[in-house]
Design a protein around this ligand. Structure first.
Ligand code: NAD
Ligand code: LMR
Length: 327
């Protein structure tokens, strides 16, 4: 039997948390042979609710769930964690931009970034989901002393999956025919969803679709604004698709990306594609043996450059707003 992997999840009794932890315990994320220990963190007011969720997890009799801890103390929740999924934070409501959450949620990532660095495994892999995710990940990473700051990532996978699905439906092909979409930049309406590098059935997606107007006027804005569209329709932000994107992000990071494909992850910019260092930016990455590498040398046209730079400018602005929270 393999050693269990310790997975900390913050905001575990919230909407995304509730949709996520059963999938982790069932083996969807790390495979059906990998035991897991769940370390679930909530605020004090939600501890009773979290106890109820823990009862339900027990009632599933998941063969892979080899331990569980519930707590409202970050240092306990993160102790020895190998994977840390930071969901706990406020979602936006109608009429808000994600960046309106900067000051509301930023403090959480300062406190928890410090706690993580004290007690998590030095090799821990961190995924920030709480919005604005890229900048919250930057705040948490800025407190990394013992942990590797390159292991703090933010979630762009929901945007990536949205792009795959939209390309597939417009092309009239199954989603498995589509590869190599990219969500560049910030998880915000200033992201750049890129189908110009994508392929459908091995053919360039833009040639396959052969409709530049649709790409510019429909595809790009649709992905940029999909979170808002869902918020308007549901009255609250996306949950099931977000939890699924967490599963995809962590699975591919740990177990590897499929051959001849890539995924989008928010990672610390190393200056690739001229993106300023010091921001966490959505890049195409390939993963193998638990490491990610930014896909280099893709051709960038002036149209793409303009949109990639706009997202970078927004992230630099967000960073300026939260300097006081950074280590
Ligand atoms: P929710 O309000 O249903 O749940 C959030 C939970 O976090 C609550 O249970 C709350 O008690 C808990 N929490 C708050 N502060 C905490 C703290 N300091 N420590 C531990 N737990 C804490 O919200 P949700 O729908 O689950 O969304 C959570 C976050 O995920 C929001 O910020 C939302 O905007 C974001 N989100 C991101 C993406 C993405 O693609 N990056 C997608 C969807 C949602
Ligand atoms: C999303 O993209 O659905 C999430 O970030 C939630 C939101 O606020 O839009």
């Amino acid at each position: 039997m393999r050693q269990p992997v310790r997975i900390a999840v913050t905001g575990a009794a919230g909407h995304i948390g509730y949709n996520l932890i059963f999938r982790i315990a069932s083996g969807d994320m790390l495979g059906y042979r990998q035991p897991v220990i769940l370390q679930l963190l909530e605020i004090p007011a939600m501890l009773d609710a979290l106890k109820g969720v823990a009862m339900e997890l027990n009632d599933c009799a998941f063969p892979l769930l080899s331990g569980m801890l519930i707590t409202d103390v970050p240092e306990d929740g993160f102790a020895g964690a190998d994977i840390v999924i930071m969901v706990g934070s406020r979602p936006r409501t109608k009429g808000m931009e994600r960046s309106d959450l900067l000051t509301i949620n930023g403090e959480i990532f300062r406190t928890q970034g410090k706690a993580l660095d004290k007690v998590a495994s030095p090799k821990a892999k961190v995924l920030v989901v709480g919005n604005p995710a890229n900048t919250n990940a930057l705040i948490a990473a800025s407190h990394a002393k013992r942990l590797d700051a390159a292991n703090y990532t933010s979630m762009m996978r929901l945007d990536h999956n949205r792009a795959l699905s939209k390309i597939a439906s417009h092309a009239g092909r199954p989603v498995t025919s589509v590869r190599k979409a990219i969500a560049w930049g910030n998880h915000s309406s200033a992201q750049f969803p890129d189908l110009y590098h994508a392929v459908v059935d091995g053919i360039s997606a833009s040639q396959f679709i052969h409709d530049p107007q649709w790409i510019e006027k429909e595809f790009i804005p649709a992905i940029q604004n999909r979170g808002t569209e869902i918020l308007e329709a549901r009255g609250s932000s996306s949950v099931g698709s977000a939890a699924n994107a967490v599963v995809c992000h962590v699975r591919d990071w740990l177990l590897g990306t499929p051959e001849n494909d890539w995924v989008s992850m928010g990672v610390a910019s190393d200056g690739s594609y001229g993106i300023a260092q010091g921001v966490i930016y959505g890049f195409p990455v390939q993963c193998s043996q638990g490491r990610y590498a930014i896909v280099e040398n893709l051709e960038i046209t002036p149209f793409m450059r303009e949109r990639m730079d706009e997202s970078c400018r927004q992230l630099l602005w967000e960073r300026d707003q939260v300097r006081h929270l950074m280590g």
